[in-house]
Design a protein around this ligand. Structure first.
Ligand code: ATP
Ligand code: MG
Length: 360
C-alpha cells in the first residue's frame, strides 16, 4: 500500500497544501522547526487515529485556526481508500473512511498500516517500561482489532477498580464488592497477556535475525515478555495485594505494569549493553516490526522515518536504507546525507520551509 495524495488544511504550522507522493522514497528536507515532523505526524494520525506527540488533538490545529482537515488517498493492490480526519478546537475529532463516518476509532485500524521511526525510538531500550508497553500496544493494535477492544475493556475495569479502592478508604464495608472487579480484571488481563506473549514470540524470531545481520553475527538478540503477573496468577496477586491497593488507592498488579526484556548475548542490554548495542537492538526491533506487519496483514506498511539517519552510523544507515526494499518511505532530514544520495536520483524531493512544502 502507498499514500498517493495528501491534502492538509489548518494543520500545525503547515501551509494548506495538496501533495502527490511517490510509491518509493519521498524525502522532505529543510532546516529545524520548518514543519517536517508535523507533516509526518499528520500521516501517522491518518494511520493510527492518534498523534505520536500529544493526546490533545486541539494542539494539532494551527494556532490561529479553529479546525483542521487532513485527507489521504491510499492505493492498495486491489482497492483505493480515502481517509478524512476533521479536527475541531472544541469537540471530538471526526474520522471517515471513503466518506463513511466511523463510530469508533478501532474501525480505522487496518485501513493504512504505517511504521514510524524517530530518534526517540532508538531509546526504546533505555527508557522506562511505559515506552515499551506503548510500543507493544500500538503495534499489536495495528494488526489485531480484538486486542484494541480488549485493552480498552481492561483499562475501563482498572479505572473502576481504582475508583472503588479510593471509595473503600472512606467506606470500608465496600471492600466486599472488590472481588467482582478482581474477577473481571483478571479475565480481561488473560487475553492481553496471551496476545502480548504471542506478539513478542513472533517479534523475537524476526528481530534476532535482523540483529544477527546488523552485527555480523556478533550479537545474539532475544526478546522476552516480562508480564507483571504471569498467566492465570493475577486474581491471586490482587487478593494478596488487597491491603496495599486500598492504602494506595491504585491497583499494583496487572498488564498495565508489564515490560519487555531485551537480552543481548544472554545479558539484559538495558543494564549491561553499550549505547551502540542498545540502539542496534532498537533498530533491529523496529525493522522486525515492519516484517511482522507484512507477515500478519499481507500488506506492506508505509515507513515514516523522522530524521533518524543522522542518529545512526554509516553501517546502520546503509542497513536501514537497504531494508526499505519496496516500501513507500517518507523520510525527513535536515540535509541530504551520503546514505540517501543514491536514493535521491529515484526519490521525490520536497523542500519544507516555514510551513510551506514545495516539490523540488
Ligand atoms: P526539526 O528539524 O527541529 O525536528 P521540524 O521541521 O521537524 O524541525 P516541526 O516539529 O515540524 O519542525 O515543528 C515546526 C514548528 O511548528 C515549530 O516551530 C512549532 O512552533 C510549530 N507548531 C507546532 N504546533 C503548532 C500549531 N498548532 N500551530 C502553529 N504552529 C505550530
Ligand atoms: Mg522534526
Amino acid at each position: 500500500m502507498y499514500i498517493q495524495k495528501v491534502s492538509l488544511t489548518g494543520y500545525r504550522n503547515l501551509k494548506d497544501t495538496t501533495l502527490f507522493l511517490k510509491n518509493g522514497v519521498n524525502i522532505f528536507y529543510g532546516e529545524n522547526a520548518q514543519g517536517k515532523t508535523n507533516f509526518l505526524e499528520s500521516l501517522y494520525l491518518c494511520a493510527s487515529g492518534r498523534s505520536l506527540r500529544t493526546k490533545n488533538d486541539s494542539q494539532l490545529i494551527k494556532f490561529e485556526a479553529t479546525e483542521s482537515h487532513i485527507q489521504v488517498l491510499i492505493q492498495k493492490p486491489k482497492t483505493n481508500d480515502r481517509i478524512d480526519i476533521h479536527l475541531k478546537k472544541e469537540g471530538k475529532k471526526g474520522i471517515a473512511v471513503n466518506g463513511i463516518p466511523l463510530k469508533k476509532l478501532g474501525e480505522l485500524f487496518g485501513t493504512c498500516h504505517a511504521v514510524i521511526f524517530s530518534p526517540e525510538d532508538l531509546n526504546l531500550i533505555k527508557e522506562g517500561p511505559v515506552a515499551r508497553r506503548r510500543f507493544m500496544d500500538m503495534e499489536i493494535c495495528q494488526m489485531n482489532l480484538v486486542y484494541y477492544y480488549d485493552l480498552q475493556k481492561y483499562y475501563r475495569i482498572l479505572k473502576q477498580r481504582n475508583h472503588l479502592l479510593k471509595e473503600i478508604q472512606k467506606k470500608p464495608s465496600l471492600k466486599e464488592t472488590l472481588f467482582l472487579w478482581d474477577e473481571q480484571l483478571a479475565d480481561a488481563a488473560e487475553r492481553i497477556i496471551a496476545t502480548r506473549s504471542d506478539f513478542l514470540d513472533k517479534l523475537n524470531q524476526i528481530s534476532s535475525k535482523k540483529q544477527n545481520e546488523l552485527t555480523g553475527g556478533k550479537d545474539a538478540l532475544k526478546i522476552l515478555y516480562k508480564p507483571n503477573s504471569p498467566k492465570n496468577q493475577l486474581q491471586q496477586k490482587l487478593k494478596k495485594n488487597q491491603q496495599r491497593d486500598i492504602l494506595l488507592g491504585t491497583t499494583q498488579a496487572g498488564p498495565h505494569k508489564d515490560d519487555i526484556l531485551f537480552l543481548v548475548n544472554n545479558k539484559d542490554v538495558k543494564l549491561y549493553g553499550s549505547q551502540g548495542q542498545q540502539r542496534t537492538t532498537a533498530l533491529a526491533t523496529k525493522l522486525a516490526e515492519i516484517t511482522l506487519i507484512e507477515q500478519e496483514t499481507g500488506q506492506k506498511p508505509i515507513l515514516l522515518l523522522d530524521d533518524v539517519l543522522s542518529e545512526l552510523d554509516k553501517n546502520r544507515q546503509n542497513f536501514l536504507m537497504e531494508s526499505i526494499g519496496e516500501l513507500q518511505t517518507i523520510l525527513t532530514c535536515t540535509g541530504i546525507e551520503d546514505s540517501i544520495k543514491e536514493y535521491v536520483k529515484q526519490a521525490c524531493l520536497f523542500c519544507v520551509q516555514n510551513g510551506a512544502i514545495t516539490p523540488s
